[in-house]
Design a protein around this ligand. Structure first.
Ligand code: KG4
Ligand code: ZN
Length: 347
């Protein structure tokens, strides 16, 4: 079975071809067109994103088919992200997928973008399969999940305010770095020899017990405000340039330690020996190492942490095609009335 995947939920127009190989799936092609135009505005402008998807979708799909050496007639089904995301942006992918599926007389299936992120690592590593603990950290989402099996997602905790990537992006802006700022913060933090300020670890304190409302939840707005004050003070002292790297490191350490500690809590509590990371922030090597170190120390040396490579961590259609393949295998199909939704619960 050959599945064409389409993703247009935010500012990446992406198409991919994935084919079934027994229980596994092979990634035959992946094309991702990032809309750089939004850097000018310091954030994604929905109307511009929709128009850019419209211009890009047909050539991106064509290219993905060419790179996979398949013709339109070879495709057995189309998987498309239909939420959560920007509705106008999603509708471009959904409308394109439905029209193509109708003209080829093949099934179309709507995929939850977040479920796609959970499948991303499995495309690179056949061991990154349930049961596992999952940490999804992107520009729009921060979720901690228990995944006993594909298709079964138990939401343990999420952010009370900003998503992890959003916190990175806002702090990057404070430090005068370009959008999206996550990777720039990581690069800057590497220049420092260590954190100079111990920012509070949000929602992380010793007295928490499983069952407490904040045991797995996170919150980054307080950390962001603490960072704002630190930057203002450095500006007032005229030392911001000299302190930039240490500030980036101090912020990253606090955020990473919080996420790593909460992830390990989930793995220990649910006796999982596999942890899967997903979303753009999973590109952050400090986060991956922190989770790995803690998992080894607290879960066991045989426990494994899986993080996708950069192309599969950020938004892409390969993960959507892979998730679609799973649902198609269970006999699921979407109607041609398939719609797009800005919010769409996973668990
Ligand atoms: O998953 P993604 O591509 O798009 C969303 O669905 O949001 O994630 C984008 C987010 C941005 O906030 C970006 O700053 C962040 O991922 N990001 C990083 C790194 N690379 C990307 N954050 C921290 N460190 C990185 N290396
Ligand atoms: Zn995403």
């Amino acid at each position: 079975m050959i599945v064409l995947g389409i993703e247009s939920s935010c500012d990446e127009t992406s198409a991919a071809v994935v084919s079934a190989r027994g229980e596994d799936a092979a990634l035959d092609s992946l094309v991702i067109l990032s809309q750089d135009v939004h850097t000018i505005f310091g954030g994604v402008v929905p109307e511009i994103a929709s128009r850019a998807h419209l211009a890009a979708i047909a050539p991106v799909v064509k290219r993905a088919l060419e790179e996979a050496h398949v013709e339109l007639d070879d495709i057995d089904a189309i998987g498309v992200t239909n939420g959560p995301g920007l509705v106008g942006a999603l509708l471009v992918g959904v409308s394109f997928a439905k029209s193509l599926a109708a003209s080829l007389e093949i099934p179309v299936i709507g995929v939850n973008h977040l479920e796609g992120h959970l499948f991303a690592t499995a495309l690179e590593d056949p061991e990154a399969v349930p049961p596992f603990t999952a940490l999804l950290v992107s520009g729009g989402h921060t979720m901690l999940l228990d995944v006993p099996a594909w298709g079964e997602y138990v939401l343990l905790g999420s952010t009370r305010d900003d998503a992890a990537g959003e916190a990175f992006d806002k702090v990057a802006k404070l430090l005068g770095l370009p959008y999206p700022g996550g990777r720039h913060i990581e690069a800057l933090a590497k220049e420092s020899s260590g954190a100079t300020i111990r920012f509070p670890r949000p929602m992380l304190h010793g007295g928490q017990r499983p069952g407490d409302a904040d045991y797995y939840d996170v919150s980054f707005s307080g950390l962001k405000t603490a960072m704002l004050h630190a930057v203002r003070h450095a500006e007032a002292r005229g030392t911001l340039d000299a302190e930039r790297a240490q500030l980036a490191r101090s912020f990253q350490d606090a955020l990473v330690e919080t996420l790593a500690a909460k992830t390990v809590r989930a793995a220990v509590e649910h006796r999982r020996t596999r942890v899967v990371l997903g979303g753009g922030v999973a590109c952050n090597q400090a986060l991956v190492s922190a989770v790995r170190d803690r998992v080894r120390a607290q879960v066991g040396t045989d426990a494994k942490v899986f993080a996708p490579g950069v192309r599969l961590a950020t938004d892409n259609a390969a993960m959507i095609a892979r998730a679609a393949l799973f649902h198609l295998g269970r006999g699921e199909r979407s109607e041609l009335s398939l719609n797009a939704f800005s919010s769409m619960p996973l668990a």
